[in-house]
Design a protein around this ligand. Structure first.
Ligand SMILES: Cc1cc2nc3c(=O)[nH]c(=O)nc-3n(C[C@H](O)[C@H](O)[C@H](O)COP(=O)(O)O)c2cc1C
Length: 189
């Protein structure tokens, strides 16, 4: 039932994941769900770069190196570098999700970003449904120009996040929302 899948989806950090490998076929299935997101103008701007179990450690190291090589010395923190090296430990796959800006000038950038976020949410909900834990991270170098260069993206493209996927032995934490829905909704009656 989609209601309970939506309510059950929780952010689970890779540190809580157990190293169990997700079959690539399952990742492909989740990406197919992502591909059903809505778009304005059928632009389908979502793009994914997938690092599986044989590449995830290399990605983590390269992510840490990106941080080291693009951070002014006075802001560099060894603990952050170490954390980036280790952050994927426990995860099975990392999916980098980005928006590839289309050429139709009538479609605002905001709508392309929104469509890509919808695709990511499809992926997260599909994962929840299959008992797969997920973490949407915009930390580290995710939003920095150096990440785009690393991925070979153009300036107008936008990285939305790193999606860490894996299994966890721990029960998902209770969800919480801090702003009451009544404050987010204005009913015109
Ligand atoms: C665009 C986006 C970026 C996020 N980036 C981070 C992040 O960098 N670090 C983090 O701990 N959580 C990140 N999150 C996850 C949120 O912290 C999480 O969704 C929020 O705490 C609500 O918890 P829930 O997902 O379990 O409902 C991100 C979520 C979104 C939608």
């Amino acid at each position: 039932m989609i209601d309970s899948t939506i309510e059950k989806r929780r952010t689970v950090k890779p540190a809580e994941m157990n190293g169990q490998v997700i079959p690539d076929e399952m990742i492909n299935h989740l990406l197919q769900l992502a591909d059903w997101a809505p778009t304005h103008g059928r632009t389908e701007p979502w793009r994914f770069v997938v690092y599986g179990p044989d590449k995830i450690k290399q990605f983590a190291q390269e992510h840490a190196n990106l941080y080291r090589d693009n951070t002014p010395q006075e802001r560099f923190k060894q603990a952050s570098f170490d954390n980036l090296q280790r952050v994927a430990d426990g995860a099975s796959h990392v999916v980098i999700a980005y928006m590839r800006r289309g050429s139709n000038p009538n479609i605002p950038e905001m709508e392309e970003i929104a469509a890509t976020a919808c695709a990511i949410q499809n992926l997260l909900l599909g994962a929840t449904e299959k008992g797969i834990s997920s973490f949407w991270s915009s930390g580290g170098m995710t939003l920095q120009p150096a990440m785009k260069t690393y991925l070979g993206l153009r300036e107008e493209d936008k990285v939305l996040g790193l999606i860490y996927l894996g299994y966890s032995d721990q029960p998902a934490k209770d969800g919480k929302r801090t702003v009451p829905l009544s404050e987010k909704v204005k009913w015109m009656k």
